[in-house]
Design a protein around this ligand. Structure first.
Ligand SMILES: Nc1ncnc2c1ncn2[C@@H]1O[C@H](COP(=O)(O)OP(=O)(O)OP(=O)(O)O)[C@@H](O)[C@H]1O
Length: 250
């Protein structure tokens, strides 16, 4: 279990995260949803250990990892722009994080991840020869070979659309279950959050507005902000939300 206890963070005197408390279970996808500037990426970076918090704790499986450096924390991230190395081919990118850590994962397990993400025919391609969906899968593979316990994804679907987007969504769901990960996804898109997560964390002005299952967010929005934010973003009237998600949550 991953637990965040009373996390606070200011930038330049402005409170960005103001007492974030939550618990996430293994095998669970949690989407972090909120308006631009609400602190979503900051929260992800604090969990990763990339950005220090002012106060609070990050607890993983009962151990306080707040002061454990990022590289030893055992969490990993796929950045929004994928941050792939253009001078390396797809395979070299995938195994990049295994340098000096070759005992972390067997060759068979690396192959399993490559096959699972359907990348075996693209391994020798340069990054600029890959489609958006293929780049995303290379970035996911590069992160997964490090065997993270917590998988952090910053806007993983924002550069994708149509069938490719749906395929990556399914892959993320399957990966989370198969590897029993805690997957945390930052998104500004309520439809993405509501359709692919076990729980949705909605933050506004540094505080949690609601942390609940998608069907509960839809049926019982905790406050006007949640209702308005979701309605506004989905650009539909309230009754249409039930039509949009009614089948899933009937
Ligand atoms: N290193 C930093 N120094 C100063 N201010 C920062 C820094 N990083 C983030 N901020 C500020 O903190 C606030 C939250 O930023 P953050 O990127 O976490 O928001 P977000 O919810 O992910 O936004 P978006 O959806 O636009 O990516 C913003 O006002 C941003 O300008």
């Amino acid at each position: 279990m991953l637990e965040l206890r009373d996390i606070k963070k200011q930038f330049e005197g402005k409170m960005i995260l103001d007492g974030i408390n939550l618990k996430m279970q293994r095998g669970e996808i949690v989407s972090v949803l909120g308006p631009s500037g609400s602190g979503k990426t900051t929260l992800l970076n604090i969990i990763l250990g990339l950005v220090p918090m002012d106060s609070g704790s990050v607890i993983f499986d009962g151990v306080d990892v707040s002061n454990i450096p990022m590289k030893d924390r055992g969490f990993n991230i796929v950045f929004q722009d994928y941050a792939l190395f253009p001078n390396l081919n797809a395979y070299q990118n995938i195994i990049y994080g295994l340098k000096n850590r070759s005992n972390l994962i067997s060759k068979e397990e690396v192959k399993e991840i490559i096959d699972f993400l359907e990348l075996s025919f693209h391994l020798t391609k340069r990054i600029d020869q890959l489609s958006g969906g293929q780049k995303q899968r290379v970035a996911l593979a590069r992160t997964l070979v490090t065997k993270p316990k917590v998988l952090l994804l910053d806007e993983p679907l924002s550069a994708l659309d149509g069938v490719i987007k749906e395929t990556i969504k399914e892959k993320i769901k399957e990966i989370t279950k198969q590897y029993n990960l805690i997957t945390i996804i930052v998104t500004h898109d309520p439809e993405e959050a509501l359709t692919m997560s076990d729980k949705v964390l909605i933050i506004n002005k540094g505080k949690i507005s609601q942390y609940a299952r998608p069907k509960d967010v839809i049926n019982r929005p905790a406050n006007n902000f949640v209702e308005e934010f979701i309605l506004h973003q989905l650009k539909v009237k309230k009754e249409n939300i039930y039509n949009l998600f009614g089948e899933c949550y009937a």
